[in-house]
Design a protein around this ligand. Structure first.
Ligand code: B3K
Ligand code: ZN
Length: 852
């Protein structure tokens, strides 16, 4: 049980020994790879034993200064005592890459060797102080057969290569930058290679290389273009240049997450590299650009300055997500990117904040670190950085970044160090703001207002309420509150960021002739919930007149959400459902507005999902919600049918991503209303030469339950059965089907030749997507949806615990559901917790859920 014990931030101790240099030999064999690690070790504190982490290793020998040395293995760690102040340590271990289905440490992906070391995977390669505050210089020699493994890659620069006996060869890599073990990478395999180069602003020539599976070279160009764009953007916006002579990206099919920023050698999930117009959607292209950017930006925020300990993960992740969001916004639509980021917070992060895994962006205790690569640490973390940007302004923020690098380049530091640099460079007091790092949960702002026509005074009262997750001694936070006041004539009267710092705040605005419409928390200026009793007329006015496009979208979400909740109430009280014609008219105006960015119009027409709606309330009548949402969609669709068809036809032939987005949003709305003509869908499917349109047609056929849906699904499958990333889309469509037969179909698809429980992308597409994106069937009253997920979680627990723990999320977030569903979910969790070999990953989540 000792390994199930939590580690606490308050117990952090600096390392007793550090490693200045590591010289490694990795002699690759499928199930008996030999690793010899020679470290230069320096003692930092006297009278302490050297403790090295290790997991699943076969230890062959331990030497100190070339002599065999006594050791013990205590709780999985290698323990050496009585060591000198400075010595050479040599450890030989043997590992089994083929048998490694967890995809952590060294493993095989489709015949190639590759590694994943963050957070604690290096300990599966050799015994080592596997913690981010031990920074060493690496020299790595890789040996492998020439056949099948012509490319042998690691971090830094290639310094030596040559032939060996038995058709084997070797390459030696040296990374001049000291790094923590989590940034180590190794790849050996046969690939197609796309080469290019980049000249940095100071004139350094950098070789750029993208390695992909054989036959996929034509799908690597967008990733390469995205890399060059990212490098140029980081120079122009942040003044940051690349620092090695080579930057490599390798795409592998078996990968637990999106990508990994290993120094000089990024390893990517193929999903975030491979794309061409036929097989990838516009969203896929956008995703690739943003992930390539994200990993590249880590070179400074993460690699040059890294985390002292894993509790500080948001130091690099929140900041790097902020940077990738800014990149996407500078090179694309700022409003649409902001809307997408807001949706992640409201639909997923708020759910995490109110569920059993709630944690501050700097968690205080952790059992399995991989469980904390969360929307809270990443996306709320990015919102916290964004708030600092709002408070300091771009110039102040950039001054803070500069000071941060001046002070900490080459170091492993804390979130406090980052805030300290921001504070010192800008002179802005961030002492209260620091609470964002400590307090979990989502604060609520309750806003009310009054207007005195005689004095022309408008008064805004903002009450700040802290959630229970913030703890008993929670204190009010510093919340930047962006406000616009809009006059009767639709003109902007004031645009300002207010500082909300107290539990009770009042703001008075003078000299107004009429009562203004307030646009509150514009641009989602803080990750908080907002309560204000908007009238329908106010929301419609905001949809039309708010100067922020994001605020116009927010108003549309509030308007349609209220219509849905109104109908939920009608259903519950036995009344009739109805849709206010003003609501339909407001959406009609969006469709008719030729000035509006079509992508923004598409966002407005994409009515909030069931899961998004659930996040707006504390408890839900699920069945009534499903019916009310379907009713509102049908009404809206019927009301707007003519305009939807006209807009659809106008956009049909326009070859641009924004036009496709709006066209397909029109199609989807028609389909959900049962008003989508079959021939329209078939025509689009037949004529489409891009994945965006093909998939949208297929989705419409399924949403409208058209007769052609099965034949289209079959044709799609036949065409793409050998293209795994496209089959993922097909699995997702299958998993999202709302009819009762979906459960049986999922069980059958697990035996499909394109499916494998060992491949995380496949698992996420079929099983993960079912749980996360098919609420109607997942939350079936009879509990069969929960039981289906549980069956696969039990299998995955032994195969890949990290992926299992990721897709369990909807099963532990039961707090808002009725007693019957809660009991069904809990029964599944009880079954899991009773498993004999339950992984740390699942144990942490399941036990937290059950003790809620
Ligand atoms: N740093 C990696 C994530 C590692 C996840 C380990 N479970 C990718 C990223 O955030 O850029
Ligand atoms: Zn990252």
């Amino acid at each position: 049980m000792s390994e199930l014990q939590a580690k606490h931030l308050k117990d952090y101790q600096s390392p007793a020994f550090t490693i200045s240099e590591l010289d490694m030999l990795v002699d690759l064999y499928p199930s008996k790879t030999r690793v010899i690690a020679r470290s230069q070790v320096i003692r930092c504190r006297d009278n302490e034993a050297l403790l090295l982490d290790g997991e699943g290793l076969e230890l062959k020998s331990v030497k100190v200064n070339n002599e065999a040395y006594p050791y013990q293995i205590v709780a999985g760690q290698l323990r050496l005592e009585g060591l000198p102040a400075h010595f050479a340590l040599e450890i030989e271990t043997e590992i089994d890459p083929v048998g490694n289905s967890s995809l952590e440490g060294l493993y095989m992906s489709d015949g190639a060797y590759c590694t994943q070391c963050e957070a604690e995977g290096f300990r599966r390669i050799t015994y080592f102080p596997d913690r981010p505050d031990v920074l060493a210089k690496y020299r790595v020699r890789i040996e492998a057969p020439k056949t099948g493994f012509p490319y042998l890659l690691s971090n830094g620069n290639k310094v030596e290569a040559g032939a060996l006996d038995d058709d084997r060869h070797y390459v030696v890599w040296e990374d001049p930058f000291p790094k923590p073990s989590y940034l180590f990478a190794l790849v050996a395999g046969d690939f197609d290679l796309l080469q290019d180069s980049f000249v940095t602003q100071s004139g350094r020539h950098v070789a750029l290389e993208v390695f992909v599976d054989k036959g996929n070279l034509h799908k690597a160009h967008h990733a390469m273009a995205s890399l060059k764009k990212s490098m140029a953007w980081d120079e122009s916006r942040f003044g940051l240049e690349y620092d090695l002579d080579i930057y490599m990206i390798v795409a592998v099919d078996f990968f637990n997450m999106g990508a990994m920023e290993n120094k000089g050698l990024n390893i990517f999930n193929t999903k975030y590299v491979l794309a061409d117009i036929e097989s990838a959607t516009d969203d896929d292209f956008h995703g690739i650009e943003s992930v390539v950017g994200h990993e590249y930006f880590h070179n400074w925020t993460g690699n040059r300055v890294t985390c002292r300990d894993w509790f500080q993960l948001s130091l690099k992740e929140g900041l790097t997500v902020f940077r990738d969001q800014e990149f996407s916004s500078d090179v694309g639509s700022r409003a649409v990117n902001r809307i997408q980021a807001i949706k992640v917070i409201k639909n997923q992060q708020f759910a995490e904040d109110s569920g059993p895994m709630a944690h501050p962006i700097r968690p205080q205790s952790v059992i399995e670190m991989n469980n904390f690569y969360t929307v809270t640490v990443y996306n709320k973390g990015a919102e916290v950085i964004r708030m600092m940007h709002t408070l300091l302004g771009e110039a102040g923020f950039q001054a803070g970044m500069k000071l941060y690098f001046q002070r900490h380049d080459g170091q492993a530091v804390t979130c406090d160090d980052f805030v300290g640099a921001m504070e010192d460079a800008s002179g802005v007091d961030l002492s209260q703001f620091r609470l964002w790092y400590n307090q979990a949960g989502t604060p609520t702002l309750k806003v009310s207002d009054s207007f005195d026509a005689r004095s022309g005074e408008y008064r805004l009262v903002v009450l700040q309420q802290l959630p229970p997750q913030a703890g008993d001694d929670a204190k009010p936070m510093h919340i930047p509150f962006d406000l616009e006041l809009i006059g009767d004539d639709g003109k902007s009267l004031l645009n300002k960021v207010l500082d909300v710092k107290e539990a009770h705040n009042e703001f008075v605005f003078e000299g107004l002739s009429t009562r203004p419409v307030p646009s509150l928390l514009q641009n989602f200026s803080a990750p908080v919930k907002l309560e204000y009793d908007f009238t329908t007329a106010q929301l419609i006015s905001l949809m039309r007149n708010a100067s922020s496009e994001v605020a116009r979208w927010e108003a549309s979400v509030s308007l349609i959400s209220r219509a849905i909740w109104g109908n939920v109430n009608a259903l519950v009280s036995g009344g009739d459902m109805a849709l206010d014609t003003r609501v339909a008219d407001a959406f009609r105006a969006v469709l008719l507005d030729e000035e509006l960015d079509p992508q923004l119009a598409a966002e407005i027409l994409n009515i909030p999902s069931i899961n998004a709606l659930i996040e707006q309330v504390d408890s839900v009548n699920f069945d009534a919600l499903v019916s009310a949402r379907a009713f509102v969609l049908e009404e809206l669709s019927a009301n707007l049918e003519d305009e939807l068809l006209v807009r659809y036809r106008e956009l049909y032939h326009i070859d641009s991503a924004p036009a496709r987005a709006l066209k397909n949003a029109c199609l989807a709305m028609l389909a959900r209303g049962g008003l989508c003509p079959e021939e329209l869908v078939e025509k689009q499917f037949n004529e489409s030469c891009n994945m965006t349109d093909s998939l949208a047609a297929l989705g419409a056929a399924m949403a409208g339950e058209l007769d052609c849906q099965d034949s289209l699904l079959e044709r799609f499958e036949q065409r793409w059965v050998d293209t795994p990333l496209v089959m993922d889309k097909w699995f997702m469509l299958q998993a999202s089907r709302q009819d009762d037969a979906v459960l049986g179909r999922i069980d059958a698809l697990v035996s499909h030749k394109a499916f494998s429980l060992n491949n995380p992308n496949r698992v996420r597409s079929l099983i993960g997507c079912f749980a996360a994106n098919n609420p109607v069937q997942f939350h079936r009253e009879d509990g069969e949806g929960y039981r289906l997920l549980t069956r696969y979680l039990k299998q995955l627990n032994g195969v890949n615990p990290q992926v299992a723990a990721r897709i369990i999320t909807p099963l532990i977030q039961f707090g808002k559901f009725d007693e019957g569903r809660k009991q069904n979910m809990k029964a599944c969790l009880e079954e899991l917790i009773g498993m004999p070999e339950l992984s740390r990953d699942l144990y942490e989540k399941v036990s937290r859920a059950l003790s809620q």
